[in-house]
Design a protein around this ligand. Structure first.
Ligand code: ZN
Length: 238
């Protein structure tokens, strides 16, 4: 009975250690930001470039955002005839890859054209306290997956400066699509010296030519934490 009692106590201590570890890692602080990437109609079912089940993340993202004082929303926001559209290249089809001056570019169906319904946020996305809406992909000649840099990875969107001036040191990422705009944002954020956490069940991928697997290995190599939304909620409740 004695041994059993000790064992139970040990389990309890280990459980507390585990809770403390989670709390230390994912307790949300003022220096954290949640970046919600491209939760727009065109990336949801029924949209021009739908991410399968993309709309399922919306309630998860809404709940997550309640934990963060700092929230940034990004919006893919292209002019008509953007060069990431297959329709802008004679003889090309969506999902072809072409060489652009800044590197390979996947061609997409026309999507998120400025001021269209497709470019609007999903109507169930409710984050009234978001402090910044960052639009990207405005230059017709270059795509911008990442929230921090255009696809040449040298032209800044200005988000890094905004975050630094506000004392942000850690970035949590959610949104669409995991294997393009979330991935590029995570990679650039690591490069800029931020701690980066991807909330996996608050993201969905589109998976072009193995892009989800490539994303997972890239983010693992960069030591980007991949967590579930519940790990943040549990921490706050503890
Ligand atoms: Zn786009």
């Amino acid at each position: 009975m004695k041994d059993k009692g000790r064992q139970t106590k040990g389990d309890s201590v280990r459980q507390k250690d585990q809770e403390a570890k989670l709390a230390a890692t994912y307790a949300i602080r003022d220096g954290d930001v949640l970046i919600v990437v491209d939760v727009q109609n065109d990336f949801c079912p029924g949209g021009a470039l739908a991410v399968p089940r993309g709309d399922e993340i919306v309630p998860v993202v809404n709940r997550l955002a309640e934990n963060f004082r700092n929230v940034v929303l990004t919006q893919d926001w292209h002019p008509v005839g953007h060069l990431s559209f297959a329709s802008a290249h004679a003889g090309r089809s969506p999902y072809d890859t072409i060489a652009m001056p800044y590197g390979p570019q996947v061609l997409w169906p026309d999507h998120c054209v400025q001021n269209t319904a497709g470019a609007a946020f999903h109507s169930d996305l409710q984050i009234p306290h978001a402090g910044l809406i960052l639009r990207k992909g405005l230059d017709r000649t270059i795509d911008s997956y990442s929230a921090l840099y255009e696809n040449d990875r040298t032209t800044a969107t200005g988000l890094t400066g905004y975050l630094r001036e506000r004392g942000i040191t850690r970035i949590f990422l959610a949104g669409l699509a995991l294997d393009f705009c979330v991935r590029y944002s995570a990679e650039d954020a690591v490069r800029e010296g931020f701690a980066v956490v991807v909330i996996e069940d608050a993201c969905h991928g589109i998976d072009v030519q193995g892009s989800i697997a490539a994303t997972r290995s890239s983010l693992a190599a960069l030591r980007v934490a991949a967590i579930g939304a519940a790990e943040i909620a549990v921490t706050r409740a503890a």
